[in-house]
Design a protein around this ligand. Structure first.
Ligand code: HEC
Ligand code: HEC
Ligand code: HEC
Ligand code: HEC
Ligand code: HEC
Length: 568
């Protein structure tokens, strides 16, 4: 424990006495996810988490930190290999190191929620630490488990052991490339159930790789194996099953994220694996990339396909927070690289959705505008962590540009508001799904909201037992006969016949809409709900305090995933 942690431990002991009943046994969400009309009690907060330690070159029997792979698989300006036709560096290490996969353990938002769970599960920290490090800090967690014990929060954020340095390397090269073809796709492989062998074989897609440079320099053998390009490898961590606990008893599992199972239940399962979209093998001009895959030894022949390790999702918000706080992260990645990665994420989200205005006509005294939102992603839109949401922002203007109707506006914090600026977002309520929108205060929000054992909404993974709402757009080819349908089926869309595989249609009935001359529609995407940031700002844990500081300097403004307009 370093000085800050000791200080925190002392203060946390005092704080627990100050907090409301039931807090220390972990059944009540810290800070309360159910703010009533009463003002929140003041919570005394510990000092923010110290900066994370810098990258440290580390090798164990099974793992090596990514910079060692960089000796040959990082391009940089000195070489022309592993660049695309436009001259962009597309080497594995360069692209990966500014992705959320590379930052999975140095992600201040993850650490904040991890801290929140530790506070809520006081006395059962080991269970929380085991669960929360398995996928975000997999190499360190695996090493520590092998040695007996588990990776602690303190080791993750401040430790100096080999497992701690490996842990902070996130979803590192030698973890992913050593996942064995063992149980892949089976339920036991989910929830972080990947199996890592002891053979020091690095699996890759290319036949007959030249083995001696890697054997000599890093003591690994590159080995051709087709399984590495399969979605089932990604599924090990991207099927997030976390235990539902009652006291010390595991009473079930909560399926928090399921992009793999969603993908399995789509047309993409037949031939478009995760890698096609997340490690694209074509450049901007849709031409297959062909390149040597290492810069040493010089003169290697080109390989095709060549997958770009972009791992772009939609989390431009967190990548920008990382860019703002590069010193704190300790990763040594330049802010410009993170900004570029954020720009790639924004472009990527925009590939996932389309909005169309199908028609706009007077029906009686109301203008009926029929909007279609389409999902072009390989799974639900939005998928992944349940803090994500997308919503329709529709504006109807008169001849002079005056706003006659508006649904889905947001304020400077990124919260949903009505036209007078009153907040529609509340952490204790759930905005319902709509087929027809008649009021400005009705907003069509596509999202998954978890519920706790009492049925109340929660954002805490380890308080969740299921979803109270899940109307995220379904991928093309979705079937309600899927074997996992009870786990991944939509919640709260019953009766909406136009909520269909691949799209949803919403009709806006604008009363007195005869004067409308122009309608604009945007589909907005937000990585983290502001209500969640509000809750974290009251959590007495150093990681939550640190993240809240970062988030208050960069509000969670949504990005535009798709847009359309019509003139009448
Ligand atoms: C000394 C240079 C060097 C280092 C260091 C190095 N590699 Fe390699 N790597 C190579 C060469 C050379 C190849 C084979 C290229 C070929 O045959 O086209 C290769 C191939 C690969 C392949 C593709 C295998 C296949 O069959 O498709 C992967 C994956 C890989 N390396 C990962 C790594 C990882 C992970 C590290 C860090 C632990 C690493 N490499 C370190 C030089 C290196
Ligand atoms: C089975 C693997 C797995 C486990 C276990 C796991 N996570 Fe995650 N977590 C993920 C993946 C994968 C993502 C990325 C999803 C996305 O980007 O949509 C993620 C994302 C997150 C995010 C959002 C990060 C961001 O920047 O937006 C938070 C917060 C988080 N996890 C917290 C936790 C906590 C706390 C625990 C322990 C209770 C935990 N995770 C356990 C796999 C896991
Ligand atoms: C999430 C798992 C994952 C991680 C993490 C990862 N890779 Fe890969 N890697 C892949 C997959 C999948 C492919 C195959 C891409 C393709 O060609 O379709 C691949 C391919 C490669 C290749 C062969 C070149 C190619 O694109 O075909 C090399 C070399 C490589 N990876 C090195 C690395 C290095 C170095 C790191 C760490 C910076 C790394 N990888 C991190 C999954 C991963
Ligand atoms: C060892 C666990 C693990 C494996 C295997 C893995 N991932 Fe991840 N992935 C994570 C975690 C953890 C995060 C979240 C990091 C965060 O946000 O804190 C993540 C984040 C991502 C994101 C970023 C989304 C965003 O937030 O923008 C994408 C995309 C992604 N992974 C795709 C893949 C693909 C494709 C594969 C398979 C080739 C794969 N992952 C394999 C653990 C894993
Ligand atoms: C047809 C292309 C496509 C395929 C196939 C695909 N994805 Fe995605 N993925 C996207 C798009 C577009 C987004 C951004 C929109 C969204 O969140 O749905 C995305 C987002 C994600 C995110 C969430 C990022 C975030 O910021 O929260 C994760 C995690 C992810 N994908 C993992 C996977 C995994 C795992 C697979 C395979 C099982 C997969 N994807 C298959 C296109 C694809």
């Amino acid at each position: 424990m370093n000085a800050t942690n000791t200080r925190y431990a002392l203060r946390a002991g005092i704080l627990l006495l100050l907090l409301p009943l039931g807090f220390s046994c972990g059944e009540t969400p810290p800070g309360g996810t159910t703010p009533g009309p009463e003002p929140e009690p003041e919570v005394e907060l510990p000092p923010p988490l110290d900066p994370l330690p810098p990258v440290h070159l580390t090798t164990t029997d099974r793992f090596a930190t990514s910079s060692q792979c960089g000796q040959c698989h990082f391009a940089g300006p000195e070489t022309t290999v592993m660049h695309d036709a436009a001259g962009n560096d597309i080497s594995p290490v360069y692209l990966w190191r500014s992705s959320m996969m590379g930052f999975a353990a140095r992600d201040p938002y993850y650490l904040a929620v991890f801290g929140e769970e530790l506070v809520a599960h006081s006395g059962r920290e080991a269970f929380v630490e085991k669960t929360c490090t398995r996928c975000h800090a997999p190499a360190g967690s695996e090493e520590q488990a092998q040695a007996g014990g588990h990776l602690t929060f303190d080791a993750l954020v401040a430790g100096d052991g080999k497992e701690a340095h490996l842990a902070r390397d996130g979803v590192t090269c030698t973890l992913c490339h050593q996942i064995a073809d063992d149980g892949l796709g089976k339920t036991q492989s989910f929830g972080g159930g990947f199996v890592i062998g002891y053979e020091r074989e690095i699996y890759g897609p290319h036949l007959v790789p030249k083995v001696d440079p890697m054997q000599l320099i890093v003591n690994y053998t590159p080995t051709a194996s087709a399984h590495i390009t399969k979605s089932e490898v990604c599924a090990t961590c991207h099927t997030v099953l976390v235990p539902i606990m009652k006291g010390d008893q595991r009473v079930g599992d909560f399926l928090e994220q399921a992009p793999y199972l969603e993908w399995k239940n789509s047309t993409f399962a037949a031939g478009v694996p995760c890698a096609t979209c997340h490690l694209p093998t074509q450049d901007g001009a849709k031409v297959d990339i062909s390149s040597p895959i290492a810069k040493f030894p010089e003169g290697l022949g080109a390989r095709t396909p060549y997958g770009q390790h972009r791992f772009s999702g939609g989390n431009a918000y967190m990548l920008r927070i990382l860019a703002d706080n590069v010193e704190w992260t300790g990763a040594g990645v330049a802010p410009e690289e993170l900004e570029q990665s954020a720009a790639r994420a924004e472009a990527h989200v925009a590939e996932g959705a389309v909005v169309k205005i199908l028609s706009a006509s007077m029906q009686g005294s109301a203008l009926a505008v029929e909007v279609q939102v389409e999902n072009h992603a390989g799974h639900k839109f939005p998928t992944g962590y349940p803090s994500r949401r997308a919503w329709i922002h529709l504006r109807a203007e008169g001849a002079g540009g005056e706003v006659l109707f508006e649904s889905g506006a947001f304020d400077a914090t990124g919260a949903l508001v009505d036209r007078k600026g009153a907040r529609l977002d509340r952490s204790d309520s759930v905005l319902p799904h709509h087929d027809v929108v008649t009021k400005e205060s009705d907003v069509q929000v596509y999202e998954a909201i978890a519920k706790d054992a009492t049925g109340a909404p929660t954002h805490r993974p380890l308080a969740s037992v299921g979803f109270v709402k899940d109307n995220r757009l379904l991928p093309l080819g979705w079937s309600s006969a899927d074997p996992w349908i009870d786990w991944i089926g939509p919640v709260g869309v019953a009766g909406d016949g136009t909520f269909q595989p691949g799209f949803d249609r919403v009709t806006y009935a604008i009363e007195g809409g005869a004067a409308v001359r122009r309608v604009t529609v945007e589909l907005l995407y937000q990585s983290v709900r502001p209500t969640e940031l509000d809750t974290l700002a009251r959590v007495p844990h150093p990681a939550a305090v640190r993240f809240s500081g970062m988030a208050s300097a960069r509000p969670s403004i949504p990005l535009v995933a798709a847009q359309a307009l019509i003139e009448l």
